[in-house]
Design a protein around this ligand. Structure first.
Ligand code: GLN
Length: 197
């Protein structure tokens, strides 16, 4: 079984661990470089991206995370985790850093205050049926480079067409929270990616 870590500095770690375990992965919490080194893949959960970067620095994890992603560790970022994987942030906190690696520009809190949080049925490339996608103060992907595959776009409302799921080689990211609820198909896509890496 692949060992898949969940960055456990802050955010909804437990739900990701549960989803990964239900798919047969050996899921572990990652707070230290040694734990990161044991992983065949890594999930970056939702939460607060500025806080997570600060904590990653304090825990001496920021450079090891950058190295790991740069050298091909499969990684899956959800919501704040998508922001962490992005090369560029639009409207980020002043000087906000990321881990980077994913050739995208994200816009934080992109859906605005009025629609802070919402759900919709979303068709994700590679999945037969729609997933119920939960967005919580979510970012969207403002721009992608040519090597990034768009997996899903918003299908209703004023944000229709906005990119909310992407893949680039061993990296995956979603604006929404696939760990909420009992549908583990999006995690399944990532576990497959780790297995094939
Ligand atoms: N708005 C948060 C951020 O910018 C992300 C929200 C979430 O992960 N649910 O980090």
């Amino acid at each position: 079984q692949p060992t898949i870590g969940v960055l456990a500095l802050q955010g909804d770690v437990r739900e990701h661990l549960a989803a990964l375990r239900s798919l047969g992965a050996d899921a572990i919490s990652v707070r230290r470089p040694a734990e990161l080194a044991a992983c065949d893949g890594l999930v970056l959960p939702g939460g607060e991206s500025t806080t997570m970067v600060k904590l990653a620095r304090i825990f001496d994890l920021l450079e090891p995370l950058r190295d790991a992603v740069r050298t091909g560790l499969p990684a899956f970022g959800t919501c704040a985790g998508m922001i962490l994987l992005a090369d560029r942030i639009e409207d980020g906190a002043a000087g906000q850093e990321t881990i980077g690696g994913l050739h995208i520009t994200v816009r934080r809190n992109a859906f605005g205050r009025q629609v802070d949080s919402f759900e919709e049925d979303l068709h994700v490339d590679g999945l037969a049926d729609a997933v119920r996608a939960v967005f919580i103060r979510a970012p969207w992907v403002e721009a992608v480079e040519d090597d990034v595959e768009v997996l899903a776009r918003v299908e209703t409302g004023p944000a229709t067409g906005r990119i909310v799921a992407v893949r680039q080689g061993p990296l995956m990211a979603t604006s929404f929270h696939p760990e909420v609820g009992s549908d583990d198909r999006v995690h399944g896509m990532f576990v497959d990616l780790v297995r094939s890496a």
